[in-house]
Design a protein around this ligand. Structure first.
Ligand SMILES: Nc1ncnc2c1ncn2[C@@H]1O[C@H](COP(=O)(O)OP(=O)(O)OP(=O)(O)O)[C@@H](O)[C@H]1O
Ligand SMILES: [Mg+2]
Length: 276
């Protein structure tokens, strides 16, 4: 029998990038589906408060969202959750909230209550964040144990990734970042990209630890999967991007949860709201 959630530790991972359109949502969705397929209880939190689309990539149609929890039209987390492949649970985004920093004390307390009374066992929480360096992104990144930064081989992607790392490090004290190089035309371009980001961090943010976690090729299978509203790891698991994303999930499955994981999802939401 699964132990109750309070005694089970939760691994929490945020996917961020700085620049938009570099593949965050695809990484978040495919990582979630791969971990769920490996037998983990996974919750995917769509934290893009502007342009939510994790539901689209999963072919799901939520009727409620985090917005209903905040405004009180939903009382519990269960009411808004939507089930995806292999039991994966999606927390649909709260378009309309704008920022977690603007919540009233009542909304704030309601959100914490809804998450902390959630009793079902959960192993992994994956948070898909919006583009940019706004408060909502930094507060989500600060609340998790592991942060992925997605970059692609474009100057704007590199400068925006660096800007986000700088804010998270200097203003929020984060030190360790795991880098995902996406949409790579050649393996060599991934190595060069990683080298450029590492050298600028080494020069200006010497305490930051960067780790290359995945090299995901530019892959038409992934584009086709997006059009089919099915994750590439389900539709084309043997494709170049599918294999890279499944390997990433195996890697993430080996990470430790640390002490903050013991507080479960209620603790994650408290940390997120404290930093908002
Ligand atoms: N490895 C890849 N190969 C080919 N196309 C890709 C790859 N990764 C992402 N894309 C393309 O880029 C598009 C944008 O991806 P995605 O929505 O995941 O980015 P995002 O960073 O979440 O964007 P936003 O900042 O708007 O939230 C996808 O619809 C897909 O067409
Ligand atoms: Mg996205």
């Amino acid at each position: 029998m699964q132990p109750p959630i309070r005694n089970r530790s939760l691994k929490s991972i945020a996917i961020a990038s700085g620049k938009g359109g570099v593949g965050k949502t695809n990484v978040a969705v495919n990582l979630s589906v791969s971990l769920a397929r490996m037998g983990r209880s996974v919750m995917l939190f769509d934290a893009d408060l502007g342009l939510a689309n994790a539901d689209l990539l999963l072919g799901l149609r939520p009727t409620k969202s985090l917005h209903d929890l905040v405004t009180g039209t939903a009382d519990s987390l269960e009411e808004i959750l939507v089930e995806g492949p292999d039991g994966l649970l999606l927390v649909p985004s709260a378009s309309g909230i704008g920022s977690m920093a603007n919540l009233s004390p009542v909304e704030h307390a309601g959100l914490i209550r809804a998450f902390s009374t959630y009793e079902k066992p959960l192993d992994v929480l994956i948070v898909d964040t919006a583009a940019g360096v706004q408060d909502s992104v930094t507060s989500f990144c600060q609340a998790v144990q592991h942060v992925f930064i997605v970059v692609c081989d474009e100057p704007a992607s590199l400068t925006d990734a660096y800007a986000l790392i700088k804010v998270l490090h200097q203003e929020h004290g984060l030190r360790r970042f795991r880098v995902i190089c996406n949409m790579l035309r050649t393996p060599e371009s991934g190595r060069r990209l990683m080298q450029k980001l590492s050298s600028v961090c080494l020069q200006y943010l010497p305490d930051v630890l960067l780790e290359a976690s995945a090299m995901i090729p530019m892959d038409d299978h992934l584009r086709h999967a997006v059009q089919k509203r099915t994750p590439v790891v389900s539709l084309y698991p043997g494709s170049p991007s599918g294999r890279a994303l499944i390997d990433l999930a195996k890697q993430a499955d080996r990470w430790s949860t640390g002490e903050i994981g013991l507080g479960g999802i209620g603790f994650f939401v408290e940390r997120m709201l404290q930093s908002a």
